[in-house]
Design a binder for this molecule. Structure first.
Ligand SMILES: [Zn+2]
Length: 706
């Protein structure tokens, strides 16, 4: 058995912040490419800016396509995207002279949002990348290269009660300071005014938000940005009072106990918060999280809410602190208190919306928490997809770093409630949400596929991923499973695919598969039981070992996996769907394969029994019967192929053609055909079907169900 095979970048970096600029490489780059190079360097270190946060720009002279003359063009990170992975097409390009002309259109702070609609009129070279709301902030600072970063260390200073005085004393006049203001056109004008009034400045701290820095060249801008962030980090490290967060209140549970608690809790919690939308979960018990959730300040600081706008847009203004005493761990007590505490959180969130809303504010959105803090255990985060849940968790780690830094040197202050609301329910933000594509049919669903390394298993996984599900693949063949993971992550991304190698005939290993699925994604909705073997021998030559092997994998294995999945589905109270990939041979007796046919028949009957027991809980169980799926099959690779060829008196190379001709429709059955049928049964398309069998065999009259 192996552990879940997934790694992601973390906040913990061993090396101190230092320039990674390569002069030799940089000499080969054009001005826009230098901007890209600088952006990727900055965005790949979480201490410099958080995921998707911050933006960079350069003002470049380029030939105008219409006039042939030189035009000054602002290259600035476009709307959305992440600096660490941005490419040149992630930047929007705008005429500087047109951006300057916009000032004549500005009618004042109350109407600043209308300026966003003018930005597309400033586009250079028909660039389709939408300009971000931060564009005027870069345009109006009269410097060639500008960086805007969200470093935890600088935000910590920006979120202190005495932020202005601290900025002055730490940076000795090199940085200016502006009070909190929502990013928009007006803030661009404020940045312009301050940078003009104090030309000696290297940058400006925005209260409760982040950092602007600039330079004459891409390299000097990059190095000034790094230098300021390093100074902030060093100063906080040297001046923080210890211990952080007023010291430790609880000792953390041991790592294995933390995981065990999280995997038991996640399906229960998921069921309670997924009434309107299926959620996916993420667990984090890194050192920064544990220090915070075990500290004396946990409850008081969590109540203050987060500061930087990026943070609370991802995490909601407040996290949900679960009542749990790791010194006397009582899981049942924790669970017993959950409903009431969640109801109180939701009521509080709705009251916040009521208090702060304007006449034209969007309606209240999902009132459930995103971030869940458990003393002694760690942090859970839940969102509509796995990447969003993981990133929300990472953002809360940013918020923890900010609170630790600010409280270490001064007093941390969250953003005023009304300001937070005005960003969370900003009409421009709402418009962005409305533009998002409709969720896919299996969005938010968690699927477990057994036999996941084989041809049918991978085809099924690929289809479920395409339809928006997250997939846990399991297989006894660890090496083949690793290959499957690589193939699938290439098309579906790292977040949505996980693997766990195990033997489905072993009761405790099967429990391990389900525990890993819950810990990785939050629970289970869809089970595709697909692990298989085949054997062939006349009755008298069927050994007891062969008989028992068929029973162990095709009957006992299916029983163990479905029993564990069934139990987790019942705990979640979200229904569920199981599909058993059986065989035509479960319906049709076949000479010379008694052990296999009998086991497949038992498998089909097991599915019907579970369908009967699961109906009351909305758990559907159906069977897909493939026949002669040869391509990509691990079963058909070896002895079985030889045996079936011999039994049908043909050459083993002709076997696919033999089965095609034998079918009623004269078609070969492919793994993708089976995946299509499995998808039908796991999706809402078959919401009213359970206990059914669908043959995917290109037609075989012996297998007609009756
Ligand atoms: Zn920002």
């Amino acid at each position: 058995m192996t552990t879940i095979n997934q790694t992601f970048a973390t906040h913990e970096q061993a090396e101190p912040i230092a320039s990674r600029w390569d002069d030799v490489y940089a000499a080969t780059l054009s001005e826009p490419e230098l901007l890209l190079y600088r952006s990727n360097l900055l965005g790949s270190d979480m201490r410099i800016t958080n995921f998707g946060g911050g933006n960079t720009s350069a003002k470049v002279f380029m030939q105008d396509h219409l006039t042939g003359e030189q035009a000054e063009v602002l290259w600035v990170k476009g709307s959305g995207g992440d600096l660490g992975s941005i490419k040149l097409d992630g930047f929007s390009t705008l005429y500087m002279d047109k951006l300057r002309h916009l000032k004549s259109r500005y009618r004042g702070l109350a109407l600043e949002d209308e300026m966003v609609a003018y930005l597309p009129h400033c586009t250079f070279n028909l660039n389709p990348r939408a300009a971000s709301i931060d564009t005027p902030l870069h345009a109006y600072i009269d410097r060639k290269h500008v960086d805007h970063m969200h470093p935890d260390s600088v935000i910590a200073i920006a979120a202190c009660a005495n932020s202005k005085a601290l900025t002055q004393s730490i940076f000795e006049g090199e940085l200016g300071w502006l009070p909190w203001q929502r990013p928009g056109y007006d803030l661009g004008l404020k940045l312009e005014a301050l940078s003009k009034a104090q030309p000696e400045l290297k940058g400006i701290i925005l209260e409760g938000h982040g950092l602007f820095t600039w330079g004459d060249t891409a390299k000097s801008c990059y190095e000034i940005t790094l230098g300021i962030i390093k100074r902030a980090e060093d100063w906080i490290a040297a001046n923080s009072k210890q211990p952080a967060f007023s010291g430790t209140r609880f000792a953390p549970l041991a790592a294995e106990e933390r995981k065990a608690l999280a995997q038991r809790l996640m399906p229960l919690l998921r069921g309670k918060i997924s009434k309107d939308e299926f959620k996916l979960g993420h667990f984090d018990d890194s050192a920064a999280v544990l220090q915070f959730v075990c500290s004396n300040d946990l409850v008081a600081l969590a109540a203050l809410g987060t500061s930087c706008p990026d943070h609370f847009l991802r995490t909601k203004i407040r996290p949900f602190v679960i009542d749990f005493d790791p010194a006397k761990p009582d899981f049942d007590k924790l669970v017993a208190g959950l409903d009431e505490a969640l109801a109180a959180y939701r009521a509080d969130y709705i009251a916040y919306h009521e208090r702060c809303k304007h006449d034209n504010s969007p309606a209240v959105r999902d009132a459930n928490p995103i971030i869940y803090l458990i003393p002694g255990v760690g942090m859970l985060s839940f969102a509509k997809d796995k990447a969003t849940a993981r990133i929300a968790g990472e953002f809360y780690v940013n918020a923890i770093n900010v609170m630790r830094g600010a409280n270490g040197v001064d007093t941390y202050v969250g953003l005023p409630e009304q300001e937070a609301f005005d960003i969370e329910y900003w009409l421009l933000e709402e418009a962005k949400l409305q533009r998002m594509p409709k969720p896919k049919s299996l969005a938010g669903r968690i699927a477990l596929v057994t036999g996941g390394a084989g041809g049918i298993g991978q085809a099924v996984a690929r289809q479920l991923l395409q339809e928006g599900a997250c997939v846990m693949l399991t297989d006894i063949d660890a090496e083949a499973l690793e290959n499957a993971r690589h193939n699938l992550q290439k098309v579906a991304g790292r977040d949505n695919v996980a693997t766990f190698s195990a033997n489905i005939t072993d009761e405790s290993q099967v429990e391990g598969i389900l525990a890993a699925t819950a810990l990785q994604f939050g629970g289970i909705d869809l089970l595709v039981s697909n692990a298989g073997i085949a054997s062939s021998a006349p009755l008298e030559e069927t050994t007891l070992e062969m008989w028992e092997r068929n029973q162990a994998i095709l009957v006992t294995g299916y029983f163990l996996v479905s029993r564990s999945a069934f139990s987790m589905m019942k705990k979640q109270k979200m229904g569920g769907s199981m599909v058993f990939v059986a065989s035509k041979n479960g319906l049709v007796a076949s000479a010379g394969a008694a052990a296999y046919c009998t086991a497949k028949a038992a498998e089909i009957h097991l599915a019907r029994c579970i369908a009967l027991e699961g109906a009351a809980d909305g758990i559907r169980v159906n069977v897909v019967n493939p026949d002669a799926v040869i391509r990509g099959s691990k079963i058909w690779d070896g002895k079985w192929k030889e045996e079936r060829a011999a039994s049908n008196k043909i050459d083993s190379d002709d076997i696919e053609e033999f089965y095609r001709k034998r079918s009623m429709l004269k078609l070969s059955v492919l793994p993708e055909d089976i995946a299509e049928a499995v998808y039908f049964f796991v999706s809402e398309k078959s919401a009213k079907s359970t206990g059914n069998i669908l043959n995917v065999d290109a037609g075989n009259s012996g297998a007609f169900t009756r």
